[in-house]
Design a binder for this molecule. Structure first.
Ligand code: IPM
Ligand code: MN
Length: 354
């Protein structure tokens, strides 16, 4: 019997719907070729709904989202909505409520993509960041006192639990093993200054490491990690880090892999419902122009299939993206691809079907 997947689709704001449409095109081609089927249910959450109804992520929608095999997200962020509201109430709330404790972000330079790093190529830039996704500075713990006065106090706490840290580290060890490259896991922290938080990370890291004797351990401070990502990106295989550092280094990662047009990620709960997304945001200025690069969204769809155990289909999507980049696309930048958003989607869907 062929597999059937229920997918919740949140196209979201700005160019989100355009890139998701192309991703769905490619996923549909993959489903036909590789013999599985998908039931797609669309949700209109995002800036427009918030403007109309004041709702961000109603509890009823959240309960529905819990029922899917996976979620596929375009982008959240609207120019008319004050920054922070949609991000917190939709994106971060989904990550927290569905306990998507891993944010998995590959940093991979495809052949034919330009990198700003001199003398570095696809062989050098190919690693994965495992970002903790439910703790750290993102929990909203803290507060202000005497706001608006000269005596104002602002506290933003980084929450690190043994359970949260350990499950993230274990995922990273297992991922390094599954990836089967150098099998090297680098803990990225700041043990010299953040002596409470990263002491916990470091102890947990070296305590569980003997359970993964085939994986080499390595440590780098976050500032040095940024330096090596530019100078010697080939040193990395899998990097594991906390929520805030992971956020920052994956934007740097996106730049060295050719820009936001190619960077995808998965918000993963290995025991629950995961959500896959291009990480570039809603890019509102390009909305409706058929110029945005859909490749990050297409790759996010491929990652979704990988975690739904459709490995052949996932590989076919990645290979098709690689072929299109090498043979057909002029650039990864919006408006400079040499073809439109829809045409890129058509092309990659065709390569998948072939
Ligand atoms: C990301 C984004 C989000 C984050 C924002 C929009 C809340 O930058 O997915 O990396 O900081 O996690
Ligand atoms: Mn970010």
């Amino acid at each position: 019997m062929s597999k059937e997947f229920n997918i919740g689709v949140i196209p979201g704001d700005g160019t989100g719907p355009e890139v998701i449409a192309e991703g769905v095109k490619v996923l549909t081609a993959a489903s036909k070729k590789y013999g599985f089927s998908m039931n797609l249910t669309y949700f209109d959450i995002g800036g427009e709904r918030y403007k109309k109804t004041g709702e961000t992520l109603p509890d009823s929608v959240l309960s529905e989202l819990r029922q899917f095999d996976a979620l596929y997200l375009g982008a959240i962020g609207h120019p008319d909505v004050k920054p922070g509201i949609l991000e917190k109430e939709i994106l971060l709330r989904t990550r927290f409520e569905l306990d998507q404790y891993i944010n998995l972000r590959p940093v991979k330079l495809y052949e034919g993509v330009e990198t700003p790093l001199k003398d570095k190529g696809p062989k050098d830039i190919d690693f994965v960041v495992v970002r903790e996704n439910t703790e750290g500075l993102y929990t909203g713990s803290g507060g202000t006192l005497k706001k608006g006065t000269k005596d104002e106090v602002a506290i933003q706490e980084s929450i690190n639990t043994r359970k949260g840290v350990e499950r993230c580290l274990r995922f990273a060890f297992q991922y390094a093993r599954k990836r089967n490259r150098e099998k090297k896991l680098t803990l990225c922290g700041k043990t010299n200054v953040l002596t409470f938080a990263f002491n916990l990370w470091e102890r947990a890291f070296y305590e569980i490491a003997p359970e993964y004797p085939d994986v080499k351990t390595d440590y780098a401070h976050v500032d040095a990690t940024c330096m090596w990502m530019v100078k010697n990106p080939e040193w990395f295989d899998v990097i594991v880090t906390d929520n805030m550092f992971g956020d920052i280094i994956t934007d740097l990662g996106a730049m060295i892999q050719g820009g936001m047009g190619v960077a995808c990620g998965g918000n993963i709960n290995p025991e629950g419902v995961s959500m896959y997304e291009p990480i570039g945001g809603s890019a509102p200025k390009y909305t409706g122009k058929n110029v945005i690069n859909p490749i990050a969204a297409i790759l996010a769809g491929g990652m979704m299939l990988e975690f739904l155990d459709q490995n052949e289909a996932a590989a076919a999507i990645e290979n098709s993206v690689q072929t299109a980049i090498r043979k057909d696309l002029k650039s990864m930048e919006a408006g400079k691809m040499g073809m439109g958003t829809k045409e890129v989607g058509d092309l990659i869907a065709r390569y998948v079907a072939e």
